[in-house]
Design a protein around this ligand. Structure first.
Ligand SMILES: Nc1nc2c(ncn2[C@@H]2O[C@H](COP(=O)(O)OP(=O)(O)OP(=O)(O)O)[C@@H](O)[C@H]2O)c(=O)[nH]1
Ligand SMILES: [Mg+2]
Length: 317
């Protein structure tokens, strides 16, 4: 087996490469955190709640000799709702289109049924090269890591998957993240850049803003609530009558939940939780857009939206 543990200099190539790599793995495996670490900026929201990512997010890594487009996908899981089915469809469509698949498995958890379920599907995709990425290596000691690397190697052998590489990384500690990019790039086809220089994502601003609000709202809520939250930015407009050196962007957003009984939890006593979510996300939005923001955030009920095709469409799924 070939396990990469240190940086290896790639020979200078005259060709330019550009292509797509996607990260798959079960919910919470660390796909979005890894995407952000590779891009060097937050393009995808993350949380310790499963199914944080709900659509494909493209993050772009620029190198002099290559452009690597990372497609972060929702965690693949056993669907319980129509939303869950849609998310899985998104993942399967994506891996049919990319040049390489990075299968993410957390170092701190034994390979389980959820991982096997995905691995079996990957085994069926013969034409696309696959790299196994063992994530969150900062959480384990070297012995546990070695065992996990062996387990991943064996999983491949058992299911007939050839891992091009097995790469241990820590996205939060920044360990081996650049190495992973070095290993992905040679698997990209030759070709010119796909995105303008400097673009780090193709996410529309309005979507990124909604995601930052959802990320703040996910913090501290438990049980089913994370799944019930959806955020839609209705309007983003520069405030009129502001002096040029003191602009203000008005953002109107709705935070949807599924049942009126969830309202109290999201809003909190005397509105404190919602206020905190507003303050926290506003700071992030201001950093993203580089302008002061007035965030007008309302909580609304979209009854059982996760199971309702009409509502799903309205919420952008
Ligand atoms: N210690 C440590 N924690 C990590 C690392 N990478 C991710 N995490 C944490 O793991 C949790 C899940 O990370 P995400 O990146 O949101 O996971 P994901 O695979 O995108 O999850 P879904 O979008 O729900 O499928 C978050 O709390 C992260 O902070 C890492 O390298 N080390
Ligand atoms: Mg994610």
């Amino acid at each position: 087996m070939s396990v990469r543990t240190q940086s290896s200099e790639q020979p200078a190539e005259a060709v330019h490469r550009a292509g797509f790599a996607c990260f798959v793995g079960r919910p919470n495996a660390g796909k979005s955190t890894l995407t952000n670490a590779l891009v060097g900026q937050k393009v995808a929201i993350t949380s310790n709640r499963p199914q944080t990512t709900r659509h494909t997010v493209r993050g772009i890594v620029h190198r002099p000799d290559a452009q690597l487009v990372l497609v972060d996908t929702p965690g693949l899981h056993k669907p319980r709702t129509l939303l869950g089915e849609r998310l899985n469809d998104v993942v399967r469509t994506t891996w049919a289109e990319v040049d390489v698949i990075g299968f993410c498995l957390p170092a701190d958890q034994k390979i389980g049924p959820g991982d096997r379920f995905i691995a079996k599907e990957l085994a069926g995709i013969k034409k696309t090269p696959k790299i196994a990425v063992v994530t969150k290596t900062d959480l384990v000691d070297s012995k546990a890591l070695a065992e996990q690397l062996i387990a991943v190697d064996q999983l491949g052998k058992e299911l007939g998957i050839t891992w091009q590489e097995i790469v241990p990384v820590s996205a939060t500690a920044g360990k081996q993240v650049d190495l992973l990019a070095d290993l992905l790039i040679p698997l990209m086809p030759e070709g010119p850049a796909l995105y303008p220089e400097g673009d780090l994502t193709d996410e529309p601003e309005q979507v990124m803003v909604a995601e930052l609000i959802r990320e703040a709202a996910l913090e501290g809520v438990r049980d089913e609530l994370p799944h019930s939250i959806a955020v839609v930015v209705e309007e983003m407009l520069p405030r009129e009558d502001r002096p040029a050196d003191k602009p203000l962007l008005d953002i109107h957003a709705n935070l949807y939940i599924e049942r009126s009984s969830q309202k109290g939890i999201v809003i909190g006593p005397k509105g404190k939780r919602l206020k905190d979510v507003g303050i926290k996300s506003r700071k992030q939005i201001e950093a993203l857009l580089g302008t002061p923001v007035f965030l007008d955030l309302h909580v609304k009920v979209a009854k059982d939206w996760q199971r309702d095709p009409k509502q799903l469409r309205r919420l952008g799924f």
